[in-house]
Design a protein around this ligand. Sequence first.
Ligand code: NAD
Length: 419
Amino acid sequence: MQPTYRANLLFRLADLLERHAAEFAEIESLDVGKPLTVTRMLDVPFTVEVIRYNAGWATKLTGETFSLALQASPYHAYTMRQPLGVVAGIVPWNFPLLQVAMKLSAALAAGCVIILKPSELTPLSALRLGELALEAGFPPGVIQVLTGLGADVGAALVRHAGVDKVSFTGSTAVGRDIVRVCAEDFKRVTVELGGKSPNIIFADAEMEQAIIGAANATFFNAGQVCYAGTRLYVEHSVYDTVVAGIAEVVARMTIGNPFDPETDLGPVVSAKQLDRIEGYVDGGRSAGAEIILGGSRIDQPGYYMQPTVIANTDPRMQVVQEEIFGPVVCVVPFKSVSEITALANDTRYGLAAGVWSRDLKKAHRMARALNAGTVWVNCYHTVDPNMPFGGWHESGWGREFGRVGVESFTELKSVALKL
Ligand code: NAD
């Protein structure tokens, strides 16, 4: 299909989603448990703009022309980008609409078709978006939504010989299995996986901003964010100030029904997830860590976890090393730049990192030293469709967003023509 036509269909889908924004915000809150204020202000409008952003790339993908290095006779040599074909997009439950739309719009901008497999916990927004895609005029079959359990429907998609690329977002454990299966027939694969991101506050930071930033970095979306800043490192001299500041931010939070406009923090997605989070916190307690805030589920209907701050940890504890995926942060004091670099990089993950400091030279040095796909300085959560996003190490392979995100749904071809 001609690039402009693909772009226009995507723009039409974005317009339709915008028109149904209120409905999608409700669906997403109902399915995930996110506060309606957040799905209205963030999930849905951000998704609309991501679709528009990727739609723009449909008409802008290019190859290069170049000279051959070793040939004496003249050649016309160039590269071109061609769509990979059929994409399987498999997504988790923490930002269901956004993740489906990210994969769909990038894959279609590149000229692919896509089969989307939403999480079994949160399939509703993907199904509704599928209906809107038909209304927008996408030919039936170009975008398919296939619901079901990961271990059978997801695994069958990954194994299927008709699938040319798997674009997966989810846990590191499942990502590892998917990479193994894709290796069988060398299927193209992108895996966006878990994290345990360091967030570092230096004593010279703009303190109020850093404290609010650190609380948001952990508690936003009830901590169910892959890049959440769940290892909070604080320079020794401001440690008490930061801990007290976070406690104040938490004290001001309203936790409760996602449909109540006052709610800042909703429940976590399921009983299983709540058990898992509590299990980690209990494990930390038994291993000798100190729970200085929260630490247990909230005794009310629904799956509510108290915002939790853990101190006096040791770098090898599970609560410091493993992704908890709940509103839980470990706070650790440090004394020097060299100490903090080693501590921050002491992880098998490498998704993101935060640095808070007024000393920009130090901040840039930290940005170079940290092993992570994204480093935020004096901010956190700055995710933008024009900024590539993805992980190092066990946080994954490949990037989404930006030109590279769209190009990841293409194959590169070189052509040499002897003149
Ligand atoms: P998950 O890995 O359990 O499931 C993700 C998706 O994969 C679901 O749709 C599931 O049905 C499917 N699935 C499960 N087993 C499968 C298999 N064997 N073959 C194919 N598909 C299978 O993850 P989750 O619990 O839904 O989500 C939480 C995880 O997602 C966290 O680890 C989080 O860090 C990660 N995540 C990463 C990013 C990122 O961009 N790096 C973003 C959001 C979430």
